[in-house]
Design a protein around this ligand. Structure first.
Ligand code: ARG
Length: 461
């Protein structure tokens, strides 16, 4: 019966069963039980501290909540859809256990500030876990970059061979991305870490409460300043989803490269058997399902951000039930992202790199053309003319089916008197990478310098 509900006083009819099911969020929000219990304990302590709750009631509430935590963790607690959400399930059980004291817990509180507090506490914990997963992946990539500091591969633009790079340099590019992602999570956390408790339904409460105390005891940096904002803002969720979406996008790029590199056509790497699957019909297949799934899940994570944005768009202040949907998307995004980060970090150390094949690919496709132009520039040829001379040389080589370093004296002079066979013979992919020896360059020496810098930085992080 609706009148049996915690809010049933003004109702005379039973809630439709369909409404109970549609209205409930307990399947999604029961995972915040620990935060709900912690928030309630601190709220009760504050009420007692302010003389709004007796010491005996406080003692009963704390004990009752602790027992409920154990019931949940031991699997003996039954969450009921009729009780709608985690907050009312726990409160109803508390009253069942301790009687009147349980009914006093909700003094000076609304589910609106309660849910806003619980979600922040829960997401704070989850974003810290994500940060740790990001750091683990960064460390894995830094170790691989060190291992492959000298390994030469083709660098691409437009997925066409551009210039040789080192694999270590390529991997460190992802460390840069994931490190900025970590920064975004930290940044989002700092804005998220304010306490809505005490804002009550939307306007605050008539009781003389101590909001500084609840904020402090829950590890927040302080109370939210505006009660309307505190119960209706969900931009902290959007920021986390934004950070998650960008991280997922970065992971999808790495994953896409792994998929490409493992194809027979590239043949650059092989992922470990333990992280691949076969085909039910084609016996020869070994498929890179893990990076494919990570790439695919990025769509889901990015979609979640859009979903919450659209849910929040145009909502009037303050709380609206629409906002119950916020948790579905952000929980899913964080779950999926954590799994993606974890599996990628676990998979990469077992990757086999076919360094010879990479080097061969790096040496083909006229990847040293820019270096030949630079050599001409050093001999006094203006860059635009050097570009033209090398372009003609490439065309000549394509026509004759050879590489630049295979041109003979006659071929060189035939293209331009300033082009010599010495210049083309000196071209090597090793020199190409080694000579890009400045901050941010692909030279093995630079990769090693960056690896050392990252190791120190990640030790502190
Ligand atoms: N389950 C609700 C949510 O997640 C809790 C807040 C409900 N507040 C209300 N006034 N009905 O948003």
């Amino acid at each position: 019966m609706a009148k049996d509900k915690l809010w049933g006083g003004r109702f005379s009819e039973a809630t439709d069963a369909m409404v109970e099911a549609f209205n409930a969020s307990v399947d999604v929000d029961s995972r915040m039980y620990a935060e709900d219990i912690e928030g309630s304990k601190v709220h009760a302590r504050m009420l007692a501290h302010c003389g709004l709750l007796s010491e005996a009631d406080l003692e009963a509430i704390e004990r009752g909540l602790e027992e409920i935590r154990q019931e949940i963790e031991q699997g003996t607690f039954t969450f009921s859809v009729a009780l709608e959400d985690v907050h009312m399930n726990i409160e109803a059980r508390l009253t069942e256990k301790i009687g009147d004291a349980g009914k006093r817990l909700h003094t000076a509180r609304s589910r609106n500030d309660q849910v806003a507090t619980d979600v922040r506490l829960y997401l704070r914990r989850r974003s810290d876990a994500l940060l740790a997963a990001l750091r683990r992946l960064e460390r894995v990539l830094v170790d691989l970059a060190e291992k492959y500091a000298d390994t030469i591969m083709p660098g691409f633009t437009h997925l066409q061979t551009a210039q040789p790079v080192t694999l270590g340099h390529h991997l460190l590019a992802y460390v840069e991305m994931f490190d900025r992602d970590a920064g975004r999570f930290l940044d989002a956390r700092s804005r998220m870490n304010r306490c809505p408790l005490g804002s009550a339904a939307l306007a605050g409460t008539t009781f003389q409460i101590d909001r500084e105390m609840t904020a402090r005891e829950l590890g927040f940096d302080g109370p939210c300043r505006n009660s309307l904002d505190a119960v209706s803002d969900r931009d902290f969720i959007l920021e986390l989803q934004g950070a998650a979406a960008i991280t997922a996008m970065h992971l999808s790029r790495l994953s896409e490269e792994l998929v490409l590199w493992m194809s027979a056509q590239f043949g650059f790497i092989e992922l470990p058997d333990a992280f691949c699957t076969g085909s039910s019909i084609m016996p020869q297949k070994k498929n890179p399902d893990m990076p494919e799934l990570v790439r695919g899940k990025s769509g889901r994570i990015i979609g979640g951000l859009v979903s919450t944005l659209v849910t929040m768009k145009s909502l009037p202040l303050a709380y609206n039930k629409d906002m119950q949907e916020d948790k579905v998307a952000v929980f899913d995004a964080l779950d999926q992202l954590e799994a993606c980060l974890t599996i990628t970090a676990a998979m990469l150390p077992g990757m086999r790199v076919h360094t010879e094949r990479m080097r061969k690919a790096a040496a083909s496709g006229f990847s040293t053309a820019t270096d030949l132009a630079d050599t001409l520039v050093r001999a006094g040829v203006p860059f635009r003319e050097a570009h033209e001379i090398v372009g003609k040389s490439v065309a000549w080589c394509i026509k004759h089916g050879i590489e630049l370093h295979e041109m003979d004296e006659a071929a060189c002079r035939g293209i331009d008197a300033r082009l010599s066979v010495d210049m083309v013979r000196r071209l090597s992919v090793e020199d190409c990478v080694a000579s890009r020896d400045h901050i941010g360059g692909t030279a093995p020496a630079q990769v090693r310098r960056q690896v050392a810098w990252w190791k120190e930085r990640l030790n502190e992080a």
